[in-house]
Design a protein. Structure first.
Length: 91
């Protein structure tokens, strides 16, 4: 009986973690969209001053941020795989 309760609470925790991970993904997407919009405005403002070299620096930053998003998604996939392994182990 105690084992059944333990398994049930573990399952509830897993569900909560999965929901949390999904919420984090949504928030990251929202932030990325908003930041992307802000960056494009900054880039267009500073590109009108063609004598500055800052627009190219900002473009590089945007590219780096895109790579960061990919890394985050990879981490989420790793977490999902870990959870699946835990499920298999518990059975």
């Amino acid at each position: 009986e105690a084992l059944a309760k333990k398994e049930e609470s573990e399952n509830e925790l897993r569900e909560l973690l999965a929901k949390q991970a999904e919420e984090m993904r949504k928030l990251k997407r929202m932030v990325a969209k908003r930041m992307g919009g802000m960056k494009s405005r900054k880039t267009s403002e500073s590109s009108s001053r063609s004598s500055q070299s800052s627009p190219s620096v900002q473009e590089d930053r945007t590219h780096d941020d895109d790579n960061d998003d990919d890394d985050d998604e990879d981490e989420d996939e790793d977490e999902d795989e870990d959870e699946e392994r835990d499920d298999d182990h518990n059975e």
